[in-house]
Write a protein that binds this ligand. Sequence first.
Ligand code: WT7
Length: 635
Amino acid sequence: MQISSKEDYFKAWQEASENPENFWSKVASEYQWKKPWESVQSGNFTDVNIKWFDGATLNITENCLDRHLQERPDKTAVIWEPNGVDEKEITYTYKELHAEVCRFANVLKDQGIRKGDRVVFYMSMVPELLTGVLACARLGAVHSVVFAGFSAQALAGRIKDCEAKMVITCDESYRGAKTTPLKEITDEALKDCGSIEKVLIRVRTGASVPMKEGRDIELLPLLKEASPHCDAVEVAAEDPLFILYTSGSTGTPKGLLHTTGGYMVWAGFTFENVFQMQDDDIYWCTADIGWITGHSYITYGPLLKGATTVMFEGVPTYPEADRFWQVVDKYKVTHFYTAPTAIRALEACDIELVKRHDLSSLKVLGSVGEPINDEAWQWYHKEIGKENCPIVDTWWQTETGGIMISSLAGVTESISTYATYPLPGVIPQLLDSEANVIDDKSGEGNLCISKPWPGMARTIWGNHERYKETYFSAYKGKYFTGDGSKRDESGRYRITGRVDDVINVSGHRIGTAEVEDALNEHHHVIESAVVGFPHDIKGQGIYAYVICNNGKAPTSEEEQENFKKELNAVITKIIGPIAKPDQVQFVSGLPKTRSGKIMRRILRKIAAKDISNLGDISTLLNPEVVEEIKKGAGL
Ligand code: WT7
């Protein structure tokens, strides 16, 4: 169902709100189901037992692949652009992609993977990451992609949590001028993961890696031998499709579980309406499949809609900081979807790097992952879109499965820093500090969603209580997003950022508690507090306040530098390099309330170098420490 005017948008939103059953059964009937549903939606946010299309059966890959074989067998489905400019791209038509996925599914089957089994992918952006997740879906197996920047320990934690049977990895990955030894990291992780029976290795760099007899097998030779036919396994609409781990404000990462039918309908519907593609358009989302954006808007969304999707292995700055623009020019990309952090980083480079490429193919620009600041928005609009391309600022989350608030390209207006309107089926509410719904047209508060939508995560793998507690306990009967938002007179939303202890570093979600737990692993650290602070390129940076054991605090600058290196090493080992603090300040204490709660508000203000409004600190347990911390921060 393609919405093509603003009037239609308002009508669709109204209909989806008033008569969701009718609306979603219309949208869902565009797909192939093996058995029809008995009820469109059931369950509620009080019992937290949401189901969509219950009773129906399907296979999502039939909808991504088989369904297109009649109408567009020879249309390019995927263009894979390698890391290096000298290496040749790989393209698959829909027919070829279908065959590749079937081959991969047969390999998985031969290696013992069955419906419901969990398969972890720890790969860089090679084509087999995309075909591999689809191959799992073909068999009804559950994929869980772990971003290849995470450490062995982080990988092991995820494998153990979902009790995966298989890991698929590469010998090494290429990213820019760097290689990362993924197989070595996997081996380290597997030292204590009993559930893993097989490891498939996709050779990418050709580095020599140890192979464990009986467990490790090279993937490419198996694919070559495998048959390109594989029946799609029939699964229930509410059967698991994938698990994706993400950070929260407390404890270890949570494995958000997405199920099949509702996710499919949501990924397809949101992709179609937000991006408004035409048949010969070329779409490129620069995300990594290790994050939800790469699941919904490199893989499932575009393929469900029969689009051409570009998949890029490299980084924006390699071999030069014009790589994005070079690739846009090379494939005549029409729809380009990236993150504000990338926009800001590229904006900081010489404008000649943009000007040397022909970007006239572009029709629509997208932004995702964090609030986009006005300056970056204007630059994107002017220098990349040449003031001709609507920008869709898409707000959503790992938990939501797909885009929730965004303009629809060329259909509803784009406004700098505003995600604007909720998609049909999304009913946002703003809540004030007393948990009252803000009824006025405009206002500001905590962003909740009041009704179920098809793409929402159904649970946290193995921990439904945590799911209820995290998302449905702050405001009764509502899904709480963790974000704050404003709303203007016309009902358009402007997301202001997280209101919980989650920081958004270059569009990556980092839980402060996770970083603190890791820092505290250093044998000379007693306690730490981690907060976000405004960062020109990353959006937010990580600021760590660290208390050392008596007599162990570094004093000279050199000692401090060495200590910081050790802390970085600990973080890299436990989480991965993406969680390394940008700033470390050694302190003798942390500001605490009399009940022992760390006053993060004060720490955030000091980290932001803003001490104008610290509030009343006299009621603190240790007000004197605030002066010391201010001084230490050079304020
Ligand atoms: C958090 C979710 C959505 C896929 C990538 C991130 C922030 C995301 C926007 C946006 C303002 C945004 C929110 C959200 N966020 N998109 N367009 N404007 N903030 O997924 O890792 O689950 O992170 O990213 O704070 O809660 P994620």
